[in-house]
Design a protein around this ligand. Structure first.
Ligand code: SAM
Ligand code: ZN
Length: 300
């Protein structure tokens, strides 16, 4: 499933265009190479490591947290969210025309997979770039989205993506570098952002003793995009789920709480059955907002 055009990448060391090269011979592999001969080999799992210099200090998701995210998303509970994100992206695709999407903070690549399957129905000429700082996540996303170029990089640094080259940037529960998203987007491009609303996973927070996930107020979201974007439209997606204790444990563990909560303890707490309630599943509501932003300036 190759993407149709070379990805619009630039070298993190010198800014020159980066090309994908297939190195042949005994140790055949793929590499990204610029005109100044800086080269970045693909990891065995297929992603490229473009992390250079001193990165942002952050606590990476562990392999177990990434596995919990993969398992929870694979069960399909968040499919309505994925479909709504995909609809927002596909609305920008012109039938038969080239289209470039960047998924920033792609995680396991779950949402990008659904987006690309839908984009492909409208145009065969698409190019996808997926980036994340977690190598555990990228191993999964490279496997799920082999036609995308999967990059390990830090969104708080200059992105290794060319200027005005991307039609849509998607950011699903991931950090937002507004200036860089504005730089890589075409003037008529769009930024699609998913955030939680008040009450998101409220019952899960109560049962696990997690802090409730704070909703991200629209004003704060707009402020975080600091003068680079204006909101164009938004859509709320509410998902009412019935989850088993194992699914709830994955859901709790895959989020920020996973950095300071022990999964086994969460699972044990959730597994305490009420003998009067034979159904072991519990109601959990996920409340999302998808906001589409356009870059400030003479946009179409
Ligand atoms: C809550 S997860 C969301 C993942 C995916 N978008 C999803 O919804 O399944 C946030 C993602 O952002 C990534 N991330 C956090 N800080 C980052 C940074 N500075 N640069 C790039 N990615 C980052 C994490 O590794 C993680 O995969
Ligand atoms: Zn270079």
């Amino acid at each position: 499933m190759p993407s149709s055009a070379p990805p619009p990448l630039r070298c993190p060391l010198c800014g020159d265009h980066l090309k994908v090269a297939n190195i042949t011979g005994e140790a055949a592999h793929r590499s990204l190479i610029c005109g100044a001969a800086h080269s970045f080999d693909a990891a065995r799992q297929g992603y490229f490591n473009l992390l250079v210099g001193k990165g942002t200090v952050f606590e990476a998701d562990s392999a177990d947290m990434v596995a919990a995210r993969f398992n929870f998303l694979a069960a399909g509970h968040y499919r309505p969210l994925a479909d709504a994100v995909s609809a927002a992206v596909v609305a920008r695709v012109l039938p038969g025309s080239p289209f470039t999407v960047l998924d920033s903070g792609t995680g396991t690549g779950h949402y990008l997979r659904i987006v690309l399957d839908d984009v492909r129905r409208v145009t065969g000429e698409y190019t996808a770039v997926a980036l994340d700082i977690s190598k555990f996540a990228l191993r999964r996303s490279a496997r799920l989205n082999p036609e995308a170029v999967n990059l390990a990089c830090d969104v708080w640094q200059q992105l290794p993506v060319a200027d005005a080259a991307v039609d849509v940037v998607t950011v699903i529960f991931a950090p937002r570098n507004a200036a860089e998203f504005a730089r890589v987007l075409r003037p008529d491009g769009r930024l699609v952002v998913v955030t939680p609303r008040a009450g998101h996973l409220g019952s899960l927070a109560t049962r696990t003793g997690m802090l409730a996930i704070e909703d991200e107020k629209d004003a704060r979201l707009a402020e975080s995009l600091g003068g680079h974007f204006v909101p164009e439209s938004s859509r709320d997606v509410d998902i009412h789920m019935r989850l088993t204790p194992g699914e709830m444990a994955d859901l709790a563990f895959m989020g920020p709480a996973g950095h300071h909560l022990d999964r086994a303890a969460i699972a044990a707490r959730l597994d305490r059955r009420d003998p009067d309630k034979p159904d072991p599943t519990s109601a959990v509501d996920a409340l999302f907002r998808i906001t589409v932003f356009r870059p400030v300036g003479p946009a179409a």
